[in-house]
Design a protein around this ligand. Sequence first.
Ligand code: 5RP
Length: 233
Amino acid sequence: MVEKNNYDELITSSDYDKKAAGEKSVDFIEDGMTIGLGSGSTVYWMMKKLSQKVEQGFQVKGIPSSQRTERWAKELHIPLTNFHEVQTLDLSIDGADEIDPHLNLLKGGGGSLVREKIVNTASHYVVIIGEKPKLVSHLGNTAVPVEILPFGWEMTANYISHFGCTPILRQKDGDTFISDNGNYIVDCAFEPISNPKALHDQLKGLVGVVETGLFVNLADTVVISEDQTINIL
Ligand code: 5RP
């Protein structure tokens, strides 16, 4: 039984589009591949479909990009591996919060950006799945998540603010959100971002910053669903 979540309840058109894009992306997975398993509700649908293929004898091994994805993989009987056993992955499939025309991404809505970036970077090919409203002309409609060390986080947030945002310490259930890596996340609302690489490089250069949710030059293909019609970019 897969752990209880709300994703199986298809209510909005966005839910249907997440399911359609997630399921379609399984076409990219070939027998014998090692794959990066991204995070988020769209990835959930990819994994559900993949689990059916595994049940039919498909041989894959995945590296999960979050503890929640790891739990899902175990529940869905998707075999797992790790970076002790493999150094590169054939393919990663992941979600995103925003996708620009150059296939640069804003990610980290679910707080898994560090592991997602490690898994995507280790992959020969990265497929991003999502629904049409995630396509934007410029990244930055939503705040950029930045994972930072808890020690001295106030200082780090202050340094980040010099780049033109007011960092908000992410909360969950009334407490400070803690990432899978034991860190904090600050959400940083910038004006539309004209140069995601430059902003990423600046933020990444600050002491205390672990990683940013700006994923530049990592995605190879995007599978987008609009009214459950698939477009591949
Ligand atoms: C988590 C992520 C997710 O991939 C992103 O937030 C998209 O999530 P969803 O598929 O639920 O819309 O980056 O850190």
